[in-house]
Design a protein. Sequence first.
Length: 134
Amino acid sequence: CTPYRPVVNPPYFLIVIFLGFSLQAEGQKIGLPEPDFKKDMLFAFEPGMDLGLNDNQRSELMENNSQFLDKVVDIAGGPGTDTSKMIKINDMVSDREDVMETILGKDTMKKYRKQLKKAIKPYKSKYKLAKLVI
């Protein structure tokens, strides 16, 4: 007499649930962000004291950050497909690299970008756009 061995099927229901969540996350549209988006992003974009910026650099960078985020919000809330919005935002991010390098210099800009990536991390789950702005 052989012992009873239950047949273990793969947990199909877990696969279905996982796919459902994946499709739901992919299906999110790029639209007008929540009202706190700009405030939270400006906080994350605040340059640290360890960068050694002078008052003029800090002021110019923060003004540029504010203008950049205004444009991102305008694009996100404007007409067009998600793909076209992502392309526009990615183009702005690329153009912004040159502006940041002009304001900060190459080495400081690299340090600032590392700081930005770390500061934005907590907002990526709250705001879909946070993933696109760095």
